[in-house]
Design a protein around this ligand. Structure first.
Ligand code: GDP
Ligand code: ZN
Length: 346
């Protein structure tokens, strides 16, 4: 599935405020101010990052005048979240010259949106990344100990957003990840593991070309080390895990888009700070099922409202296990699906 139409983006286009599309957020009001004149000279740029209310926006991407512009958000956008990966409509001084400030007046519709619900540790729903089509989950074979449930939560967030998940296992010099990896047998998950302490950087890079890949992982797993290997000029701060607390130093605090370049082409690495919690209250089970088309077909024979969990009565999937009609692979996939379905409260 390739739905990142970067190359199709016109650089200049008419701007119509009615096209600002926001995620349903009951608390945020849509702008009710009278319509302003269309910004006919708006340019489209990629939001690379945000720092204290100032957005870095890449304009004329891959063109002769590629430049990074600093922009503020227009007042009419109110509280519409603008995040890394958004395609923003920018007006004003878009020269990118020192000291200039442009203005973001709208956003293009997003092809995907990675977000997390409010949960015990954070009362606000947060939008993390827009328009990513892949998620690389980075996990360490040891130090910190890998936790399948945490990886499951990332997988659910990715599948819910229609984002293809990938898994990278670091620190295999410290432990063999084979047993941990059996948790993911049922899912068609591309897995990269380091060998003798070296990550297969070129192999991972090959998967990044032509995509926007958001990197997620618990702090201390070696994500910054991997990002720096892929994008040397990124110079993401790496930290040493504190041997007493097992906690990593606070390394990077904001989400940024970095360009991966290789002879074969380029792609985008979106590095996120270690996400501690991942509220999944918004997740729709149907989106998780979409990654299991074979099982979804069988589940068409389930009773209405079937949870498809191991204790579900008359569940066609459980019946297929019981009567032996589900293959071994199918059973492994059902195990992983059932685990993912119990990951969130929905
Ligand atoms: P981040 O918090 O996920 O960005 O992790 P860092 O990249 O800062 O790495 C945390 C620590 O793990 C640093 O001390 C790294 O040098 C170390 N580290 C990274 N990759 C590996 C690896 O493959 N093997 C071992 N033994 N240590 C690693
Ligand atoms: Zn069922």
């Amino acid at each position: 599935m390739s739905w990142l139409g970067d190359d199709e983006l016109d650089d200049v286009e008419d701007f119509d405020e009615s096209s600002i599309r926001m995620r349903p957020n009951p608390k945020a009001n849509r702008p009710r101010t009278k319509r302003r004149p269309a910004h006919e000279d708006a340019r489209i740029g990629r939001v690379l990052g945000v720092d204290r209310g100032r957005y870095s926006v890449l304009i004329d991407e891959d063109g002769p005048d590629e430049r990074t512009v600093t922009a503020a958000r227009a007042r009419e956008l109110r509280r519409t979240p603008i995040v890394t990966g958004d395609r923003a409509r920018v007006v004003g001084d878009t020269s990118g010259a020192d000291g200039t400030l442009a203005r973001i007046v709208g956003l293009r519709d997003r092809t995907s949106l990675l977000r997390r619900s409010a949960d015990d540790t954070d009362q606000v729903e947060r939008v993390i990344v827009a328009n990513a089509d892949q998620m690389l989950v980075v996990v360490a074979a040891a130090d910190p100990e890998p936790r399948a449930r945490l990886v499951d939560r990332y997988l659910v967030a990715a599948l819910d957003a229609g984002i293809r998940p990938l898994l990278a296992v670091t620190k295999t010099d410290l432990a063999d990840p084979a047993e941990f990896l059996t948790h993911f047998d049922g899912l068609d998950l591309t897995v990269f593991t380091s060998a003798r302490g070296q990550m297969p950087v070129d192999e991972i890079g090959a998967e990044l070309v032509g995509h926007s890949t958001v990197f997620v992982g618990h702090s201390g797993v070696g994500k910054s080390t991997l990002v720096n290997a892929l994008v040397p000029e990124a110079r993401r701060a790496t930290g040493h895990v504190n041997e007493v607390t097992g906690r990593g130093r606070h390394t990077s605090s904001s989400t940024v888009s970095l360009r991966y370049r290789a002879p074969e082409g380029s792609g985008w690495v979106i590095d996120t700070p270690g996400v501690r919690s991942f509220g999944l209250g918004h997740v729709d089970p149907a989106n998780i099922f979409a990654a299991y088309t074979d099982l979804a077909q069988i589940a068409e024979h389930c009773p209405r409202g079937c949870t498809h969990l191991a204790d579900a009565v008359d569940c066609a999937l459980n019946e297929a296990v019981a009567d032996g009609s589900l293959s071994e692979t199918g059973r492994a996939r059902l195990d992983s699906l059932q685990r993912l379905l119990t990951t969130f409260g929905g």
